[in-house]
Write a new protein. Structure first.
Length: 557
């Protein structure tokens, strides 16, 4: 369906509509121009988003200077950091769908011709991009920007350091005063979590896939260049509308391959896998785990980024940002340089026009001397995860772990066990019934994984869950296990003491229990009552599909 603002403002029958626009200060001249929606996810729920309403003003100015009429609106965004570790995290992934749906409804209802989308916290980035793909009107995505690192005793801190400090405090390794000192300085201003966690991962992907302007991912939120980037995105959207270049011309299969390469080259969050699958679903591209593995195996891991490495997004920004990484990959023929982008030019044309600073740096390795020869977003399959599971190997030294299961049917039980010192070296912590349907909402487990790291167990235990992990998680932690426990997947059948093997060299995730024994357990298993029977979470649980397909909602999940 052709979406056009002329359906709303032209002709005598639309006199009431024009009257309502004039009530908001628009003139006949304003109404004669095409309308560009300027959407943002600004709120006071999180530092990632608190500054977005101000950025929207800059985007609107860019749209106006580009010759179109801007119309601002906002949508929700959940703070993953503040929702973490309790029941609130069940709302996080659900918000991705609500964000996409709400942007779609606003644009369809008001017949906007194009869209600038500004987003900050984790799910608001893919949610906004999913709406753009679904609507298929000329669209430019722009990130709200990363937070600057906190500083304590000469060390750069992120919010993950606070989570890990909690584990150290519980283990008696850190005083209450030291914990408070870390808490006080870790998050100094506005912006999204500073390492290569989920928000910065998806921002990096937005450039690689062509939906965002070159160089727009890395400038910090409280940097004057961020205002310029948002203004330029407004101008670019007006130009994109003039050229009639739409998201589905940009979001090709090759563009998704570029995005997967970016995910792996920067050691990005495993949530990037989930969100790319969901974005591909919006444009009817058949992207599978096999594609992720195929691209990963030819992608060098180049960027030494937290949580597995040493640097934050601001450090990457200082040496040239995401274009620095893209140029390295393109020069070695690893990217599809002919993919169209929101500039109206190809990825290669964009990169050829960028001159990078020439200075010594240690953030991004050369292709010839990578951190790892292959990428870090690994897909596992096996008797415990027939449809698959995911693990991030950035900063992880081991490649194989076999241990005894300690099973918990919700995250809180596992966190309590960690806090009480009940997890021992060699354990595989299994957290289940936290999948898309079972949680519902596929909670992230950062509070629990960070507590293990803080206790010094990060390299001595493993974890397996049908939930998710934060981009800030590090260690031998497997998430997205599918089929999930709630639908009767093998993870529902695990018992305390069962041996489990995780092997990232053979891509295996196996339970060492005979098929006969598993079948006996399966006959005794019954689906538990849903945690929510009404409201948004119940609706999501009814409509959501497997994590292996992006955990997207559908009328026929």
């Amino acid at each position: 369906m052709e979406i056009s603002s002329r359906n709303v403002v032209e002709g005598t029958a639309r006199s009431p509509h024009r009257a309502m626009y004039k009530a908001m200060g628009l003139t006949d001249n304003d109404l004669s121009k095409q309308f560009i929606g300027v959407c943002h996810t600004g709120n006071e729920a999180t530092p990632c988003n608190i500054h977005l309403p101000q950025l929207a003003l800059e985007a609107k100015r860019g749209v106006s200077d580009g010759g179109a009429t801007p119309r601002e609106f906002s949508t929700i965004a959940v703070s993953d950091g503040i929702a973490m570790g309790h029941e609130g995290m069940k709302s996080s992934l659900v918000s991705r769908e609500v964000i996409a749906d709400s942007i779609e409804l606003m644009v369809r209802a008001h017949q906007y011709d194009a869209l600038v989308g500004i987003a900050g916290c984790d799910k608001s980035l893919p949610g906004t991009m999913m709406a753009m793909a679904r609507l298929n009107i000329p669209s430019v995505f722009v990130y709200g920007g990363t937070i600057k690192p906190g500083m304590l005793d000469g060390k750069e801190l992120t919010v993950v350091d606070v989570y890990e400090a909690v584990g150290a405090y519980d283990a008696g390794k850190l005083s209450l005063e030291d914990l408070k000192n870390i808490e006080n300085v870790a998050c100094p201003n506005a912006g999204s979590c500073g390492g290569m966690f989920t928000a910065n991962t998806m921002a990096s992907i937005s450039e690689a896939i062509g939906l965002a302007l070159p160089g727009s991912a890395s400038p910090p939120a409280e940097d004057d260049r961020r205002n310029t980037m948002v203004y330029d995105s407004g101008v670019a959207c007006a130009k994109l509308l003039e050229m009639n270049i739409r998201p589905r011309e940009i979001l090709t299969f090759e563009a998704f391959e570029n995005a997967i390469m970016m995910l792996n080259s920067v050691g990005g969050s495993t949530n990037g896998i989930l969100h790319l699958l969901a974005l591909a679903n919006e444009v009817n591209i058949d992207l599978t785990y096999d594609d992720f593995e195929r691209i990963r195996k030819k992608t060098p891991h180049l960027a030494d980024m937290k949580p597995g490495g040493n640097y934050v997004m601001e450090s990457l920004d200082k040496i040239g940002g995401i274009p620095f990484v893209l140029k390295k990959l393109l020069e070695k023929g690893l990217l599809h340089g002919d993919c169209m982008t929101v500039t109206g030019k190809t990825l290669k044309e964009n990169l050829d026009a960028i001159k990078l600073p020439d200075k010594e740096q240690h953030v991004v390795r050369s292709i010839e001397n990578p951190l790892h020869e292959v990428g870090t977003a690994v897909i596992l399959k096996g008797s415990l995860a027939p449809e698959g599971g995911v693990i991030k190997t950035a900063g992880v030294e081991m490649t194989k772990f076999t241990g005894s299961a300690k099973v918990y049917d919700r995250e809180e039980y596992a966190f309590d066990a960690v806090s009480k010192g009940e997890i021992d070296e060699g354990d595989v912590v299994v957290i289940r019934y936290e999948g898309p349907k079972g949680g519902p909402g596929m909670r992230e487990m950062l509070a629990t994984t960070a507590a293990l790291v803080g206790q010094g167990l990060g390299k001595k235990v493993a974890m397996v869950t049908d939930g998710r992990f934060s981009g800030g998680t590090r260690g031998f932690m497997v998430g997205h296990v599918a089929p999930e426990a709630y639908v009767g997947g093998p993870i529902a059948l695990v018992k305390n003491g069962d041996k489990i093997t995780i092997d990232t060299e053979t891509n295996a995730l196996d339970i060492h229990v005979s098929e006969k024994e598993l079948e006996s357990r399966r006959k005794q298993w019954s689906k538990p009552e849903p945690n929510y029977k009404t409201g948004a979470l119940a609706k999501f649980a009814t409509l959501v599909g497997s994590a292996a397909n992006g955990a997207v909602t559908s009328a026929n999940p």
